[in-house]
Structures are given as structure tokens and as C-alpha cells.
Unconditional design. Sequence first.
Length: 271
Amino acid sequence: MRIVSLQPSITVTLEGLGALDRVVACTRYCKDVCPEIAKGNQMIIEDSWSANTEQILTARPDVVIASVPYRMESLAVILKAGVRVVALAPKSLADVYGDIRTLAALVDKRATGEKLVNELQDEIEQTREETAKCAVQRVFCEEWGKPIIASQRWVAELVEAAGGAAVGGAGEQTTAAEVAAMDPEVVLAAWCGAGDRVPLHKLAERDGWAATTAVKERRVFCVADELFNTPAHTLVGGLRVIRWALHPDMYWRPKGIRGLDDGTHSRGEIG
């Protein structure tokens, strides 16, 4: 089976299933979550947001697998290619589990898919038990900064599992003033496509944010994009940064998180 993957979440799931050799084309962002892509022979093509019919057809796929985010125009392009399409649209952790199982069935790796799901669920439940008696903390997770958009529902569910309460509507646009009024105790910013380059000093200077508990206590963090915005079994990495940010006295600091006091600026920050 020749697979064209139009999102990193798909590619990294196929890697976890032991089916990366079936991927003949994927996006440049897939390298961020799946370094093996850089060593392979896969074509690099546009993603689900800006799909290109000619690129898809050049890869001669048996199936194209796409996932959020989409544009209506991009969906039309994918369908126009006339190839079998699997289109995923996860919103919650339950959806993520279902998508892993769907991909596992597609490549005949059902047992491996169940193992990936169970491992993620087990760590979530273990974290929930470990933090159950901790005081609940208000957490604002940010997917984009201009305009300000809150992270997706699966991130809010990970926050809840780590003993927090996600403030702001999941996946919804908001304003600096509205976030300030919610007085988050922790801010976790993972901008789509930005890697680890969120300018934390600029976030702290937003209108009204200086008075928030998060800024006053220097608990404003940049999280590596792929840890929050790749809906796959690798969300376990997002869980680990969340629980450390909320409970640094309980957990070792994981990779993929940078705070205000880790250096005012990070090389290559987005302005």
C-alpha cells in the first residue's frame, strides 16, 4: 500500500504502528515529529491545508490520508485527485484514540494500534491519580498568538488529567483582556508551526497580563509545537510538560518546554 500523509499526526502514528515504509509522500512538518523522514525517500508535499493535486498524483498513492486543519478548497483538491481518501477530524482524546485504531486497521496493525492507545491512556490515568489531591490550577493553553486562539479540546483534557482547569473555550479565538480577566496561574503557548519559538517576553507584555498570577509568578512557558498540536499517541509528551509546569516539585523537567526565566529571547523567535 502506497500512502500519502498530509499531516504530521498521521505520519508519526504510522511510524508508531511500524508502517512508515508505506508512506511515499508527506509534509515538511512531518520531519519535526518523525526524524526518520529526513533519512528516507519520501516526497515532500503540501499538507491538508494547502493540498496540491499534481503533487498527490505524482506520488501514485493507493490512499491519501488527511487530517485537521482543512480549508474547503483544500478538501476539494484532495478529492479531485480521484484517489481513495481517509479524512480525519479529531477534537478530543477519544477521537485521537479512534483515529489511531482507524489507521491501525488500514495497515493491518490492529494489535500495535491498541498498544499505542493503551500506553497513552495508562500514562494519563497514572497522572490523574498522582495529581488527584493537588489544588486545581487555572491554565491557559494557546495555539496561536495573532489572533489569540486557545488550544484544542484534547489539550484541555490533558490539563484536566494533570490536575488543572483549562480556561477559555477550546479552539476558540479570544483576546488578551479576556484571558487576563480569567487570571491564569499557568500559561502554556504552543503555536502551530512555530516549533519552540514563541516570544514569551511579548506574551507577558500583553494588555493586562502583568497583573495575572502566571506572569507575576513567572509561570509562562513555550511548549514545542508538536507536543500539543499533533493529535497522536505522542501527546504523551504534551502531558509530561503540562504536569511538570503545574507540579515541578513532583516531576522531572521534560524536554520541549521553555520558561520566561530560561532566557528572555530564544533564537529564531517569531515576532
